[in-house]
Design a protein around this ligand. Sequence first.
Ligand code: UFG
Length: 341
Amino acid sequence: MRCLVTGGAGFIGSHAVKRLLDDGHDVLAIDDLSRGHAEAIELLRPRAGGRLAFERCSIQDGDRLGEAVRAFAPDAVLHFAALAYVGESVQIPGRYFAVNVSGMLNVMHACHGVERFVFSSSCATYGQPPDEMIPIPETCPQAPLSPYGRTKLVGEWMLRDCARAQALAGEAVGVAMLRYFNVAGADRSGVLGEDHEPETHLIPLAIDAALGRRDALTIFGSDYPTPDGACVRDYVHVEDLIDAHVAALDALRPGRVLAYNVGSGRGHSVREVVETVGDVVGTPVPTIEGARREGDPPRLFADPSKIERELGWKARSPGLREIVGDAVAWRKAHPNGYSQS
Ligand code: UFG
């Protein structure tokens, strides 16, 4: 297949590019490199055998995007390009709507007629579900608490409405919306990893704090209604997440509209993550107790049974220790991230 990957130089997108190349597909990766890494693309070239093209282009530049997509003529699109920080989205919501909603419309417009569309949605679209809806099934009402979550929910609505209209017009396409839980870990072969600037994610920050490369980790909130007072999240290995995309691509047919949770089904508190990172690194993570971060729901973890039942997908590494282990291995091998790989 010919696969367009938006956000192909980012953390999740680059892992998708690697997997698609390894599976023998042709890939056009698009990224504006505002948060992605050209180095990640370069590291993948040797395994591509000429099947990897890269275009530095923002999804907000609809004209250039349209030209690049027309020239490549994809059979499938995996749309990862987005701004993805819950906390930042509260501070600059307009940018989040511009990139995640208007930018996504440009991608949809450029990809009109492409038969398969896989969208990175998020568990942030659920907001904080009521206790009886945890673990969270896909039928849980979607009521996001942050602008980020709202942009992803609007993305789902746009895709559903356009897929319906196209089907009525006799031009049916297949769309899949994958609601990610907390994606972490690193490529098991050690080529790719997680390197954000700014870094705001718990696991990489905790690793760097344990390795003495950052100040103490601030635990955001100790008074949540959870067993140890800290937020609970469902961590999923980035390679397992990509397996779910491959399963969705295989399952998509014209007229199918799929929505799945992609998580391990286990909830871990911030404190458990911090302890696991300390164990794996061999040095405790220095921490300080901080205030809650705005937009953070107290408790989120998936009921991933629908994707297992329908697509046969299940996390291969559901354990926190394996996820953290792969992230630590990459970070130790790349102390400065991609900048000095
Ligand atoms: N946390 C801290 N200290 C930090 C960083 C994070 O205590 O320095 C806590 C957060 O409050 C949260 C947990 O660790 O409870 C995980 O935070 P991350 O920033 O790693 O991840 P988020 O849960 O905020 O966000 C991630 C993705 C989003 C996705 C969301 C769904 O970045 O794209 O998971 O929960 F929508």
